[in-house]
Write a protein that binds this ligand. Structure first.
Ligand code: NAD
Length: 525
């Protein structure tokens, strides 16, 4: 089946109508942008403007943060029983599940990804909402015995208003990682999705209201990074900022928040190695390597974009990898048969192409791909063939820089030590893959590779049950699993005395009272 813009849900909502939101979603309703400015929604696969979103700025952000603050301070959400918060998140999961086809269609139109992958994203969104519904009732503090016969009770409290700034590659999925985790523990949220793919996130605002979320608990403001993202990241009433995006933008935001001593958590770029040892099943490893590199057009933070392969199997491995890459069906994103869609924009396509052209000019072998492709009916799109670059040295920019497109490098190694060294030869540390049948080696590599995730004989799976996030310049904090809620909770220690206060000074106020002195006692009260 090929889906269309006219896809409609049972309640009459169409993709067309969602592509024209009335504005931002603030305090439980649609709000036109204060500036009356709008941005085009462009279908990357055709280059056509197919809708519009509000071009938010500091004024819209101020309204959204005010709504989130009021909602948080009122206790209408933060003070709700965790089980009641769980009920709302669970019913949001059901609403998203019911609208899977519509949401996947929108995601595919907005981001250029194949509908098959977009459907997977939405199934992931349902899982994430369900998971954090469960998490709501699992937040536990601590008790302890303290010196001087005090009883310590350590509470875990929601941090307050959370600002979330998210990228375009997994628009709703990454947004829900943050929003669901923050909401589950009682925080309220202002979400600023990427200007390149905001529609499903805006729609989420309305879905959450339908699920029973009180007004103001989730606000979604669309707009550019500089005009909407920056004011959100700097707003003094945003108690915690969570960001996923490029390392360059993340650094800028970290710097700006550091100047105000405001906390944040970031998930940034990657340049993940996939190490294939000679004892691996070559055909399966090549298949998985292609999946690691080309899934989501390679516009994937944890793409296995650097393949390291043991010399004795290198030529056979490359032969198989190339044959898988060349068989990938590039096509219209809404076509169910499509396996590789459009890159997000002509500018991004030019950037990806520039990397490959410079590599070719410098003597790197382009084993396959390395060119644009025109798709019938999508002539204005940004399609690029799955590309395998071989003979790539460790200092080459295609080995060190995040390309964020369907481009993978292959570098040969001769020993396990060299493989580990090459794997770690990056400023990033998001993910890694190891293909081997030797379990001891698999564990040795796991311990040596510095990354937030290591896949052994598999790649790319990121279930919500396991923590996902980076080390080194890939960021800090985790966006999934129970570790995610740590971003949105603060510890509060309560120390309760179980015996009379012993007194600190030589003559305590208590002693003086008992001998009837008139000396004034200064208290903090
Ligand atoms: P980006 O950094 O360009 O934009 C991310 C978000 O930041 C967008 O919403 C954008 O509007 C906003 N933004 C831009 N400038 C800003 C500013 N000055 N102040 C505040 N906000 C600003 O990233 P992108 O191109 O949308 O996404 C691709 C990048 O995201 C890649 O580097 C990829 O590796 C990374 N990513 C990481 C993960 C992860 O979990 N580590 C997941 C997905 C994507």
């Amino acid at each position: 089946m090929t889906l269309t813009y006219d896809h409609q849900t049972a309640d009459g909502t169409t993709a067309q109508s969602l592509l024209h939101p009335i504005g931002h979603y603030i305090a439980g309703s649609w709000q036109p942008p204060v500036s009356s400015q709008w941005l085009d929604v462009v279908d990357p696969s055709t280059g056509a403007a197919v809708g519009r979103i509000a071009a938010g700025d500091a004024d819209d952000i101020a309204l959204a943060v005010k709504a989130a603050r009021a909602s948080f301070d009122s206790g209408i959400w933060s003070g709700l029983a965790p089980s009641d918060r769980a009920t709302v998140l669970r019913s949001a999961a059901r609403l998203v599940a019911e609208q899977t086809t519509l949401l996947a269609t929108i995601e595919s139109i907005d981001s250029g990804k194949p509908i098959k992958e977009a459907e997977g994203d939405i199934a992931g969104v349902v899982d994430v909402l369900d998971y954090f519904a469960g998490a709501a009732t699992k937040v536990v503090g601590q008790t302890m015995s303290l010196p001087e016969a005090q009883l310590g009770i350590v509470l875990r409290e929601p941090v307050g208003v959370v600002g979330a700034i998210t990228p375009w590659n997994f628009p709703l999925y990454v947004a829900v990682w943050k929003a669901a985790a923050a909401l589950s523990v009682g925080c309220t949220v202002v979400l600023k999705p990427s200007e390149l793919a905001s529609i499903t996130c805006l729609h989420l605002g309305e879905l959450m209201t339908k699920a029973g979320l009180p007004d103001g608990a989730l606000n979604v403001v669309s707009g550019l990074g500089a005009t909407a993202g920056a004011p959100l990241s700097l707003h003094g009433d945003v108690d915690m900022l969570t960001f996923t995006g490029s390392t360059a933008t993340g650094s800028k935001i970290m710097e700006a928040r550091a100047r105000r001593a405001l906390p944040l958590q970031v998930e940034l770029g990657g340049k993940s190695p996939l190490v294939v040892f000679a004892d691996a099943d070559i055909a399966t490893a090549a298949d998985a390597a292609a999946f690691g590199a080309f899934f989501a057009q390679g516009e994937n933070c944890n793409a296995g974009s650097r393949i390291l392969v043991e010399r004795s199997i290198a030529s056979e491995f490359v032969r198989r990898l190339v044959s898988v890459a060349e068989a990938i069906r590039i096509g219209a994103p809404l076509d169910q048969k499509t396996e590789l869609g459009s890159l997000i924009s002509p500018e991004h396509l030019a950037k990806v192409e520039g990397f490959v052209d410079r590599a070719r000019a410098s003597g790197v072998t382009v084993a396959c791909g390395g060119s644009r492709v025109t798709i019938a009916g999508c002539e204005g799109g940004s399609f690029y063939r799955p590309t395998v670059l071989t003979d790539v040295g460790r200092d080459h920019e295609v080995f060190t820089e995040e390309i964020f497109g369907p481009v993978v490098t292959v570098t040969v190694f001769d020993s396990e030590i060299e493989a580990a060294d090459l794997a770690n030869a990056t400023v990033y540390g998001l993910a890694a893959g190891v293909w081997t049948q030797d379990i001891d080696r698999a564990f040795r590599m796991t311990r040596t590779i510095r990354s937030g995730y290591v896949w052994i004989n598999t790649y790319n799976t990121t279930p919500v049950e396991a923590p996902f996030g980076g080390v080194k310049r890939s960021g800090f904090g985790r966006d999934t699993a129970m570790q995610a809620i740590d971003n949105y909770l603060v510890w509060k220690t309560v120390a309760i005395s179980t015996v009379p206060f012993a007194g600190w000074y030589r003559a305590s106020a208590r002693d003086l009272d008992t001998v009837g002195t008139e000396r004034e006692v200064v208290s903090d009260e």
